[in-house]
Design a protein around this ligand. Structure first.
Ligand code: FMN
Length: 184
């Protein structure tokens, strides 16, 4: 049985983050054939500065985790209508090294507001396009009113959202499978 590696990246550093909890839920939904790992330590990277700190070990580990992953899934909050600085900083470290090129991705933004973090999601998708990732019209999801759909302990309480998360995971797995058919 081929193990599919998915790296999950949350844009929130909060210990009780709803976005991290969404990634945990998706991890629990995944089949045994999926090695689902949530990235930690986004806040340990230096500020991106082209040509400087290129040998930083945390950045190197991040790049190697992306490279090894068959697909990457993001879930991020929106801060002041944008992508959290820690997430954008991490992605900037991969622009010239190219680990995201041709990498199947999925992107989620969850917010307690009824706009669902749509501006952060749009911005993240633009960056993911710049990085050369593989995605389609089913690769992203904006989740409004998240606090009514997930308990403070991180348990999903909304069937529609359950279905949406399954769809986004399945679409990512399909993109990974299509790519490996093409690569072989
Ligand atoms: C400084 C700050 C700015 C915020 N700006 C936005 C925003 O522009 N849009 C939005 O939908 N939510 C905004 N929020 C609310 C976050 O969506 C909310 O705190 C969310 O729960 C954070 O995600 P997390 O639970 O994954 O940590 C903001 C929160 C903070 C603390």
């Amino acid at each position: 049985m081929k193990i599919i590696k998915i790296l999950a990246i949350s844009g929130s550093l909060r210990s009780s983050s709803t976005n991290t909890n969404i990634l945990k839920i998706i991890g629990e939904m995944s089949a045994k054939s999926v090695d689902f790992q949530i990235l930690e330590g986004l806040d340990t990277f230096p500020h991106f500065n082209p040509g400087v700190d290129e040998n930083n070990e945390n950045v190197a580990l991040f790049r190697s985790k992306i490279k090894e992953a068959d697909g990457v899934i993001f879930s991020t909050p929106e801060y002041a209508f944008g992508v959290p600085g820690v997430l954008k900083n991490a992605l900037d470290w991969t622009v010239s090294s190219g680990e995201f090129n041709d990498k199947p991705v999925a992107a989620i933004s969850a917010s307690p507001l009824n706009t669902g973090g749509d501006k952060a999601l749009a911005s993240l998708l633009l960056t993911l396009t710049a990085l050369g990732t593989l995605k389609n019209e089913k690769s992203y999801l904006s989740i409004p009113n998240i606090k009514q759909k997930i308990s403070p302990e991180g348990k999903l309480t909304d069937n529609v959202l359950q279905n949406q998360l399954e769809l986004i995971l399945n679409n990512l797995l399909e993109q990974i499978s299509n790519k490996s058919d093409y690569d072989n």
